[in-house]
Write a protein that binds this ligand. Structure first.
Ligand code: SF4
Ligand code: SF4
Length: 406
C-alpha cells in the first residue's frame, strides 16, 4: 500500500480509501456480514481511511450505524481514520449541528471523528449560511474537546467559489470530484493544486465516475484500448491517472465486492514506481474525447436526489439513457436493448418505476444533485426520446392491458 501524508495532522493515509456509500444493501439494510468481510480484508491489507456520511443509506445515519457496528465488532477503531459528513442541507441552527454530530458519534460508536466534512457544498453561500448559524464556534468547540480532529468540506461548485471558501476558515482538508472525464469541471486540477498549496489534504471522490470508467467500454473505446499496447485494465488506467497527481492525498473508491477491493488494492500496490507512461496518458486523452461525446447525462448514480415523490428512479433512468448512446450496438431485431428495458419497466415487468413521463416538475430533486443537473429538464428529454410521438399514445393502453395480464 502507498501512503501519503495529510499535511496538517501528519497522518499517514492510504492512497486508496474505502468509500462506504455503495455497500451492498437490501431494501436499505446493509448486509453486515458481507460488509464486515470486505472492510476487514481492506483494512488488513493496508487501507486505513474509511468514508461515510450521515446522508448515506436511509438519509439519517444508517450507513454510519452499520459501519460503527462493524468497526466495533472487528475492534479496528485504532487502525483507521473515520471520515464522515454533516448533512448541511437539513441544518437550520447551531443546535441542529450539535444534535446531528452527537448522533453521528453514537452511530459510529466512537468518541471522535478523524475527518469531518460539511457535505455537498455547492456555493460560497452554502458555507456562509452555516457560518451565520455558528459553524465556526461549533468547529472550535469540537476541536477543543478532541471530538473533531480535522475539519473540511466536500465540494461540487465552481473554482471561483472554492477559492473564496478557502479564505473562510483554516480548513484541514477538502473532498473533490476528480477523474479523467471530470478533470476540468468543478474545482478541478486548479482546485487540487490550490488546496495542496495551503497544506490541505486532498481527498478524491468519484474516481471512476460512478462506475462508468470501470465497466465495459463502448466498442470505439475498447478498440483504442486494444490497439494501445497497454496491459492495464480500465480501472487501473482510471485510478493510476489520479494517483499520478502528487498533490492528491487519498482516492475514495466506492467498493462493494471482495473482487473489486482486491483489484483496487493490487492496483495501488503496483503503482509505486509504475506511473502511466506517455502513450497511456495519450490513450486516456483519446478515451476521454469519445466518452464525453457519447455519455449524455453526467449522473454518477449517487442517489442523493432520491426518493422522488412520483417514485421515478432517476439514476436508473439516466443510466439506461446513457447506455443507449454508449452501447448503440446492443440490439435485438434492430431494437436497442435499453428501449426494450425501458418499455418493460413502464409496463411493470420489473416492478421498477422508470417512467419518465410521471415527472410533475416539482423540482425537489434538483437542489440535492451535486452535479447540478437540471433533472426535470433531462427527465423530459428522456421521456421525449424514449416515448417519442409514435410510442407515447399506446403507453396508457398497454398499461391497461398489462394490468389484466399481470
Ligand atoms: S421534478 Fe420530477 S423527477 Fe424530480 S422529484 Fe419532482 S417528480 Fe421526481
Ligand atoms: S441525478 Fe444527480 S443526485 Fe441524482 S443520482 Fe444522478 S448525480 Fe446523483
Amino acid at each position: 500500500m502507498e501512503y501519503r501524508i495529510s499535511p496538517k495532522s501528519g497522518d499517514k493515509i492510504s492512497l486508496l480509501g474505502f468509500g462506504a456509500m455503495r455497500l451492498k444493501s437490501d431494501k436499505g439494510n446493509i448486509d453486515l456480514d458481507l460488509a464486515s468481510e470486505q472492510l476487514k480484508y481492506a483494512i488488513d491489507n493496508g487501507v486505513n481511511y474509511i468514508d461515510t456520511a450521515y446522508l448515506y443509506g436511509n438519509g439519517s445515519g444508517s450507513n454510519e450505524k452499520a459501519l460503527g457496528e462493524i468497526i466495533e465488532n472487528l475492534n479496528y477503531r485504532d487502525k483507521i481514520y473515520i471520515s464522515t459528513k454533516m448533512n448541511r442541507m437539513v441544518i437550520r441552527s447551531r443546535k441542529d449541528m450539535e444534535v446531528m454530530f452527537n448522533n453521528q458519534l453514537d452511530n459510529l460508536r466512537t468518541s471522535y471523528i478523524d475527518y469531518y466534512f460539511l457535505h455537498n457544498i455547492i456555493s460560497y453561500e452554502d458555507v456562509t449560511y452555516l457560518i451565520d448559524l455558528g459553524l465556526l464556534d461549533f468547529i472550535e468547540d469540537k476541536k477543543t474537546r478532541g471530538q473533531i480532529v480535522n475539519m473540511g468540506f466536500s465540494f461540487h461548485g465552481s473554482f471561483d467559489d472554492f477559492q473564496k471558501i478557502l479564505d473562510l476558515y483554516d480548513w484541514d482538508m477538502t473532498l473533490l470530484q476528480y477523474n479523467y472525464l471530470d478533470s476540468n469541471i468543478q474545482a478541478g486540477i486548479e482546485g487540487i493544486k490550490l488546496a495542496n498549496s495551503r497544506d490541505m489534504a486532498v481527498i478524491i471522490m468519484e474516481p471512476l465516475k460512478g462506475g462508468l470508467l470501470a465497466g465495459s467500454m463502448p466498442d470505439e473505446v475498447q478498440e483504442l484500448i486494444d490497439n494501445s499496447g497497454s496491459s492495464r485494465s480500465n480501472v487501473d488506467l482510471a485510478l493510476s491517472w489520479i494517483f499520478d497527481t502528487e498533490e492528491i492525498t487519498c482516492v475514495l473508491s466506492g467498493m462493494n465486492s471482495l473482487d473489486m477491493i482486491k483489484e483496487n488494492i493490487d492496483i495501488v500496490s503496483n503503482h509505486v514506481g509504475n506511473p502511466l507512461n506517455a502513450e497511456e496518458v495519450e490513450l486516456i486523452k483519446e478515451i476521454r474525447e469519445v466518452l464525453l461525446h457519447l455519455n449524455k447525462i453526467s449522473c454518477t448514480s449517487c442517489n442523493y436526489c432520491m426518493p422522488c415523490p412520483r417514485d421515478i428512479n432517476i439514476p436508473d433512468i439516466f443510466k439506461l439513457y446513457n447506455d443507449k448512446y454508449l452501447f448503440p450496438e446492443n440490439r435485438t431485431f434492430g431494437v436497442n436493448h435499453t428501449f426494450i428495458t425501458y418499455v418493460g419497466n413502464i409496463l411493470g415487468f420489473t416492478g421498477k418505476a422508470h417512467d419518465a413521463s410521471l415527472c410533475v416538475d416539482c423540482g425537489l430533486c434538483t437542489s440535492k444533485c451535486p452535479q447540478q443537473l437540471d433533472i426535470p429538464k433531462l427527465i423530459r428529454q428522456v421521456d421525449k426520446d424514449y416515448h417519442g410521438k409514435f410510442v407515447r399514445p399506446f403507453i396508457p393502453l398497454l398499461k391497461k392491458i398489462m394490468k389484466y395480464v399481470l
